[in-house]
Write a protein that binds this ligand. Structure first.
Ligand code: AHM
Ligand code: MG
Length: 341
């Protein structure tokens, strides 16, 4: 009897092994995406480790007035600024990117021609900033596009519709560190095993339930909502078809709210309101990657006007309303917007 195998899984599907397997489905591939993804994975591990130490580093700072984790004379970097630096360095050094769009940088970064590759990566290095200081889950979100000619790439070429993405994912820094990825062939989830320093496949082929029992929205904005959103949330609480009311869950970190929606089903909404007519969430590095994952998992994503992935952004930091989740639940909000039109 194999005692080792009783206690340990010995044949692990690491994220690298999975991406290499995916690559072998494309005989023409030269492994560029595999290399790029391994640099993104490195960035996620680095940020996971920084997030875990953040509370401790801050406490040490408060106790001794200076932070012993930071070399003398240097100020402690905020976690979101640090995370941005980590990802910019990881992506540039992969040699596979030509343009980077980050929520932290006002302008797109055009990579030094000597280090250019064919991909554009749009990312939010640390989303959910209001949750950083209280230790609640936060995350990194990314979407990847292919650029036709890396040497002559312009900003216009970066403003592609979400449906043209070739891969997207997020990493959630929570009670465990989970990376969810799609390269356009379904969605898989990997959990970081801290003792191995490897992401191991724990959620193969994620499919969102067709209908859910949870709605997720910042109800504090209700007084400014438009009629379809207000009607929809009213229906969640007071259903008229004999079904049970839905439960409300709202963390305020898109990664965590979308992760729960993907696994348990239901709907996540960040609608437009009178104060923010385009909603809050950013098209290129929040709405698009999450919509890509949602569709790959069998769900839907809607902007209030149409399919989210059909949007063509005109600015790298553009915002859009978003309603995403279980297909039947998103159908209901689509019907309410159709009534209004
Ligand atoms: P951030 O980029 O400043 O962190 O804002 C994005 C976050 C999302 O993670 C989350 O879905 C949303 O903002 C929550 O906003 P609100 O606090 O208005 O409910
Ligand atoms: Mg953000």
């Amino acid at each position: 009897m194999d005692h080792a195998a009783d206690t340990f899984r010995t044949d692990l599907m690491t994220i690298t092994r999975h991406v290499l397997n995916e690559q072998s489905r494309h005989p023409e591939s030269r492994g560029d995406l595999t290399i790029l993804l391994s640099h993104i994975v490195l960035g996620c591990k680095f940020v996971a480790s920084a997030v875990n130490k953040a509370g401790l580093a801050k406490l040490t700072g408060l106790a001794g007035e200076t932070n012993v984790q930071v070399p003398q004379g240097e100020e402690q970097k905020k976690l979101d600024v640090l995370s941005n630096e980590v990802f910019v360095n990881a992506l540039v050094s992969s040699g596979r990117t030509c343009v980077l769009v980050s929520e932290e940088d006002e302008k797109a970064t055009f990579v030094d021609p000597k280090l250019r590759g064919k991909y554009c990566v749009c990312f939010d290095p640390l989303d959910g900033s209001s949750n950083i200081d209280c230790g609640v889950s936060i995350g990194t979100i990314f979407g990847i596009y292919m650029i036709k000619n890396q040497d002559t790439v312009t900003l216009e070429e970066v403003l592609q519709p979400g449906k043209d993405m070739i891969a997207a994912g997020y990493c959630m820094y929570g009670s465990s560190c989970t990376l969810v990825l799609s390269t356009g062939n379904g969605v898989n989830g990997f959990t970081l095993d801290p003792s191995l320093g490897e992401f191991i496949m724990t959620h193969p082929d994620i499919k969102i339930p067709p209908k859910g029992k949870i709605y997720s929205v910042n109800e504090g904005n209700a007084k400014n909502w438009d009629t379809p959103t207000a009607k929809y949330v009213e229906k969640c609480k007071y259903p008229t078809d004999g079904s049970s009311p839905k439960s409300l869950r709202y963390i305020g970190s898109m990664v965590a709210d979308v992760h729960r929606t993907l696994l348990y089903g239901g709907i996540f909404l960040y609608p437009a309101d009178k104060k923010s007519p385009s909603g809050k969430l950013r098209v290129m590095y929040e709405v698009f990657p999450m919509s890509f994952l949602m569709e790959e998992a069998g769900g839907q994503s809607f902007t209030g006007k149409g399919r989210s992935l059909d949007l063509i952004p005109t600015d790298i930091h553009e915002r859009s309303p978003i309603f995403l989740g279980s297909s039947d639940d998103v159908e209901e909000i689509k019907a309410l917007y159709a009534e209004e039109a």
